[in-house]
Design a protein around this ligand. Structure first.
Ligand code: KIV
Ligand code: ZN
Length: 516
């Protein structure tokens, strides 16, 4: 058993499975670069068979990101494994991650396979993956609801077939720390070849125990933890990386194992993921929440002023908070602007920099001090926005106590034609959304609308996040502006453009031959 825990980040794969969290390729690359700066050991870049977009993103990450292992996910299906290999083979250190359900519930009701059939498929597909690369991870999905005796056989077979990491997923977030500890110990005691592989864990948070379960497994010998930034992921999410890593570091006395992460990058990474996915971080979230290091009560403030450790178990600087209070303004030049963006983890091309700098100058005319959060908002809403199918050109609205809220909207369609319409509504935002809907006739349900002030003060930039639902799919959109109504208009257009782009991609895929 080593004294180091491998941190496997799956923000770009399981994290992206959060409803509405879909990312474009440039956003994925920014996040992957930031994860490399954070020094995670493995980046699971995606699930290449699922779409041409996912394939392209995994391939670009594999080409460009040096340092971490780059993993691609595949079911125990030959075409999946071949496609995943096509995407990751260019990486400096590629890994194939193959998974298969092993619980009776899944085998009977979803896959209609017997245990013996599943075992044979596992052997055969792990061997196929191994024929491509030595670094193979195998996951028996729904492991925590799998008969342990059968799980031991599957794990043994996977290791015999060439798996170098075996990951034990708590797919439905059902286990408890005590039960999971017993399962991990059971593997070490009952699988004869277990020491030839690293035992990994992948915990979901349905009962709020993902971090606790992951840490319990580490105590029992697991040496890889799969996690996501801000704990995003399928349903209630995955174990939050920042929590796992800071718990290992802060309570080294309990766990006795370290990671090699540069934890001072955690806060920046959390901000970037939240900005790009549109999934805000709750203020009381451990480690990266806005209040995680804030002391409100007088007694606590008094104690911290006298000696920090009276009420603080971690130094805010160790997660990169309070890193810099640098403020830019009207007179700041392009150089300072670029430097600060780079420090925040954003590497922009010359054109993107030009675009962001123009927006920065525009903002600086309206707002005196521009901080990190404003810069992040500029990048997320101006530079990394999805392909614009319809461009929001002009918005005019009237509202007030004695007038009917009315909006006129001008859009530019994909052929460059101007489209103008007007509508009235319950308020100016409702009127704008109705006018947009009259122009782009795309059925959707607005399922979430939230407004946040990015920074404090009367001239604060307001950030609006919306989610729209269409046929079971959720698309998020963001807009940021000192004018909250305009931010709301941009956010809605942003989400609708994503929805339209997804529809086009689906239509294009339907016209492509099956194996194309
Ligand atoms: O939750 C799960 O079981 C997974 C596997 C693909 C590892 O995400
Ligand atoms: Zn998962």
């Amino acid at each position: 058993m080593g004294d180091r825990v491998i941190i496997f980040d799956t923000t770009l794969r399981d994290g992206e499975q959060s409803p509405g969290a879909s990312l474009n390729i440039e956003e994925k690359l920014d996040i992957a670069r930031q994860l490399a700066r954070l020094r995670v050991d493995v980046i699971e870049a995606g699930f290449p068979i699922t779409s041409p977009g996912d394939f392209a993103a995994v391939r670009r990450i594999a080409e460009e990101i040096k340092g971490p292992v780059i993993a691609g996910l595949a079911r125990v299906v030959a075409a999946d494994i071949d496609r995943a290999w096509e995407a990751v083979q260019v990486a400096e250190r590629p890994r194939l991650h193959v998974f298969m359900s092993t619980s009776d519930i899944h085998l009977e009701h979803q896959f209609h396979r017997t245990r013996e059939e599943a075992l044979d498929i596992c052997r055969e597909m792990v061997r196929r993956a191994k024929s491509y690369t030595p670094d193979i991870e195998f996951s028996p999905m729904d492991a925590t609801r799998t008969d342990p005796a059968y799980l031991y056989r599957v794990v043994e077979a996977a290791i015999d077939a060439g798996a170098t990491t075996v990951n034990i997923p708590d797919t439905v977030g059902y286990t408890t720390p005590e039960e999971f500890s017993a399962l991990i110990r059971g593997l070490f005691e009952n699988v004869p070849n277990v020491r030839r592989a690293i035992i990994s864990v992948h915990c979901h948070n349905d009962l709020g125990m993902a971090t606790a379960n992951s840490l319990a497994a580490v105590r029992c010998g697991a040496r890889q933890v799969e996690c996501t930034i801000n704990g995003i992921g399928e349903r209630a999410g995955n174990a939050a990386m920042e929590e796992v890593v800071m718990a290992l570091q802060t309570r080294f006395d309990v766990y006795g194992v370290a990671t090699t992460l540069d934890t001072t990058q955690l806060f920046k990474t959390s901000r970037m993921v939240s900005n790009y996915t549109g999934m805000s971080v709750q203020p009381n979230k451990a480690i990266v929440g806005a209040n995680a290091f804030a002391h409100e009560s007088g007694i606590h403030q008094d104690g911290v002023l006298k000696h920090r450790t009276t009420y603080e178990i971690m130094d805010a600087r160790s997660v990169g908070l309070a890193d810099s209070k640098l403020v830019l303004g009207k007179l700041s030049g392009r150089h300072a602007f670029r430097e600060r963006l780079a420090e925040l983890g954003y590497e922009l091309s010359a054109d993107e920099l030009q675009q962001a700098f123009a927006k920065f100058k525009e903002l600086a005319d309206r707002k005196r001090d521009i901080g990190d959060r404003d810069l992040e908002a500029i990048v997320a809403s101006e530079v990394r926005r999805p392909v614009e199918i319809y461009h929001l050109d002009q918005v005019h609205f009237t509202s007030g106590t004695s007038s009917i809220p009315t909006a006129t909207v001008k859009l530019i369609d994909p052929d460059g034609q101007e489209l103008i319409d007007a509508a009235h509504g319950d308020g100016p935002i409702d009127a704008i959304y109705k006018a947009i809907n009259r122009l782009i006739d795309v059925p959707n349900v607005l399922s979430e609308f939230s407004v946040q002030a990015v920074t404090a003060g009367i001239d604060a930039v307001g950030e609006v996040t919306v989610k729209v639902r269409d046929d079971g799919h959720v698309f998020s959109g963001r807009g940021a502006s000192t004018d909250i109504v305009m931010a709301a208009a941009e956010a809605y257009m942003n989400a609708l453009n994503k929805l339209l782009a997804a529809r086009r991609a689906t239509a294009a895929a339907a016209l492509t031959p099956a194996n194309g």
